[in-house]
Design a protein around this ligand. Structure first.
Ligand code: ZN
Length: 346
């Protein structure tokens, strides 16, 4: 026999603080009981413990050992749909800014103890749909999703395993940053505040994309760096906040690399921050929970940097000569030719 619920039953439930939404699915409501429920909904007076709100993350983090049906339910929940839409949105922004090419680039969001939502393989990041997304475990095994997960997921997973703060990762091939990666160079520092505060950049040596070796070399750097140039390949970033923050690192790095290259061509040594000014920025960085190998260094050690510096005259001299990056022999040759031309014009 089916349960018939009257308005009095519902009033009783409300009085006892029970959740009127937790009625059995096959319960039959009298017309007045239905009106009563409708009124409750209308004035927002529903009380009692809520039925599981699937637009929020699960109260207890899921893991890959949960029953497949539970993982599938989570994967198709409004909460997961929101994250899938974010992945599509970030993919579109990467493509529009020409940070990805062909089906390159991949993005991942950690959604449990050892489960990760990620982009599929062989799809342009500019045109993904929420249904394209995949759920994988920390070993890269696919748990849910119709399309096959990205082949580069191992690197994202190795970052998340090594850096527990990493809740989202973003990999792409922005041309100016990738130029530095191809040259194997960390961009020079002390020029633009955003870069100093939000990015901590290092270069990982080249390995075949998608191999565990590649992921390992990147993971070795994520303790102190959140933006890794992958030699002869591209860039990967991680965030302790969310996927948009991981994407922001790409915009900040790419704009910085472009600016550095423009600056290097102006024929005038760039002006750089003083160590005290840099120290101020690093304090902000530390307060934001962003790692940097320079945290805790003394001011005089901050610019101790023998990387390529395109005419950068740092307030604290680097170990190597200050004009590293300018070929003094070439400069002499240009001067000699200029002198000859001027002599002929006389
Ligand atoms: Zn790639």
């Amino acid at each position: 026999m089916k349960n018939v619920i009257s308005v009095r039953d519902l009033e009783d439930m409300v009085r006892k603080g029970q959740d009127v939404r937790s009625l059995p699915a096959d319960a039959i409501l009298t017309p007045s009981a239905r009106d009563f429920l409708h009124d409750l909904e209308g004035n927002g007076a529903m009380t009692g413990p809520a039925v599981t709100d699937t637009s929020q993350p699960p109260a207890k983090a899921l893991n890959s050992k949960r029953p497949r049906a539970e993982l599938e339910k989570f994967f198709s929940s409004p909460y997961c749909l929101g994250l899938k839409e974010q992945l599509c949105d970030i993919g579109r922004r990467l493509w529009q800014r020409a940070y990805v090419d062909g089906n390159g680039g991949n993005i991942a969001i950690r959604v449990g103890d050892d489960i990760v939502l990620c982009t599929p393989t062989l799809v342009s990041k500019g045109f993904m749909k929420p249904d394209d997304m995949c759920l994988v475990d920390f070993e890269g095994n696919q748990l849910c999703g119709v399309k096959k997960r990205t082949s580069e997921i191992l690197m994202h997973l190795q970052i998340m395993k090594r850096q527990p703060k990493a809740v989202a990762t973003c990999h792409c091939h922005p041309p100016y940053s990738t130029g530095f990666a191809v040259a194997g160079l960390v961009p020079p520092t002390c020029m633009i505040p955003e870069y100093e505060v939000f990015a901590s950049v290092a270069v990982a040596p080249y390995r075949t994309p998608g191999t565990p070796e590649m992921g390992q070399l990147v993971a070795d750097l994520v303790d102190k760096h959140n933006t890794i140039l992958m030699a002869n390949h591209g860039v990967v970033s991680w965030s302790h906040n969310n996927i948009e923050d991981a994407y922001f690192k790409m915009e900040i790095l790419e704009a910085y690399c472009r600016t550095v290259l423009v600056t290097a061509q102006l024929g005038k040594p760039p002006q750089t921050m003083t160590p005290a000014q840099l120290q101020d920025l690093l304090k902000i960085k530390e307060s934001l929970g962003i790692p940097d190998p320079r945290h805790g260094l003394k001011e005089c050690e901050l610019c101790d940097n023998d990387e390529w510096r395109p005419g950068v005259m740092c307030a604290v001299p680097a170990k190597t000569s200050l004009d590293a990056g300018f070929d003094s022999e070439a400069e002499k040759a240009v001067q000699a030719i200029t002198d000859q031309i001027l002599a002929r014009l006389k």
